[in-house]
Ligand binder design. Structure first.
Ligand code: NDP
Length: 302
């Protein structure tokens, strides 16, 4: 039996042998586009109409990651192309990172580390930082990862509130939008999907509502936060600090953000551990294998 041709623009980890059922086409291979039946997509690559036009026999786009805003889902649906993602297997890992980033930002862990390495400790102790104690933490998006973050914050004895479009049956205070949540909280953790529906949800107004002692943590997508407004708010002191794992034009970074001392900046590493990335890779293959066997596809989102 011929193996389906899988376009793999960028490799990702899987368990040994998981891709053996496929013939692989790399980004530099040419001449076989019309035979491609599947795309396995990771990183910042996009699948839009131009990409789908290139592969006329395309049946399925399998995303390595839970967020699939880099795929034009409506265009895929219009052509009968299936779309899958990799939920659940990364939930706890990303929640760990989000809470770590919140603590690192409020307690200035990277700045304190740099202070010690630069030899300043011998001259004077590191300045006092902001406490999370007694703070109310707002979570924008209480899905799989948002809920895992809430559970961790509750265990840390912090009060949690949240905003989603639909209220959930959870023991946390509900707010119908980002502004009302920010007004009620001292720190905001953003973990909604990217895409047009959430673009700029964290606006200048939302940042101002958090205030000079407020903290923004974004582990969702750069598009959700108005980055220009964020830089202005941090530079003027209208917002206290920000911990960011995602950026509007990543991996390109605005120099202004890099130069701000009240930021902790990570290179989109929310799920980036060996074990979790391998589970995500296996989940991509679970979806592709099910599709080509004709079985129910576990994570089909369109
Ligand atoms: P889920 O689909 O489980 O949760 C999404 C949540 O966002 C839901 O509670 C949903 O509630 C809420 N939501 C969606 N749209 C809006 C809106 N317009 N306003 C307010 N709330 C909204 O997804 P996951 O928790 O699994 O993942 C969330 C996102 O995290 C991913 O889509 C991805 O972009 C990002 N992510 C980032 C990673 C990183 O490395 N930094 C790693 C993994 C994920 P409702 O529908 O009721 O509004």
């Amino acid at each position: 039996m011929t193996r389906p041709l899988l376009y793999l623009p960028r490799a990702f980890p899987t368990s040994e042998g998981r891709v053996n059922g496929y013939e692989l086409l790399g980004p530099d291979d040419t001449g076989r586009d019309t035979e491609v039946r599947a795309i396995a997509l990771s990183g910042p690559s996009k699948v839009d109409t131009a990409v789908m036009d290139r592969f006329p026999k395309l049946e399925i786009v399998a995303k390595f990651g839970v967020g699939y805003d880099s795929i034009d889902v409506a265009a895929a649906q219009a052509r009968g192309v299936a779309v899958t993602n990799t939920p659940d297997v990364l939930t706890e890992e990303v929640a760990d990172l989000a809470v770590g980033l919140l603590i690192a930002t409020s307690r200035q862990l990277p700045q304190a580390d740099s202070y010690l390495r630069a030899g300043h400790w011998t001259t004077k102790p590191y300045p006092l930082t902001h406490s999370l104690r007694g703070r109310r933490i707002g979570i924008l998006g209480l899905g799989r990862i948002g809920l895992a973050i809430a559970e961790r914050l509750t265990a840390m004895k912090l009060e949690v509130a949240y905003a989603t479009r639909t209220p959930r049956d959870v023991p946390y205070a509900y707010h119908p939008d980002a502004l009302s949540l920010a007004q009620a909280c001292d720190a905001l953790v953003v973990i909604v999907p990217g895409g047009a529906a959430t673009e700029g949800l964290v606006s200048a107004k939302v940042l101002d509502a958090l205030g000079p002692d407020g903290i923004l943590v974004n582990v969702a997508r750069g598009s959700v936060v108005d980055e220009t407004a964020l830089i202005a708010a941090l530079a003027s002191g209208r917002l206290g600090a920000a911990g960011l794992d995602v950026f509007e034009h990543e991996p390109q970074m605005p120099q202004a953000l890099i130069e701000l001392p009240n930021t902790v900046l990570l290179p989109h590493v929310g799920s980036a551990t060996e074990v979790t990335r391998r589970m995500m890779g296996d989940r991509v293959l679970d979806n592709l294998d099910a599709w080509f066997r004709g079985d129910r596809v576990p994570d089909q989102v369109a």
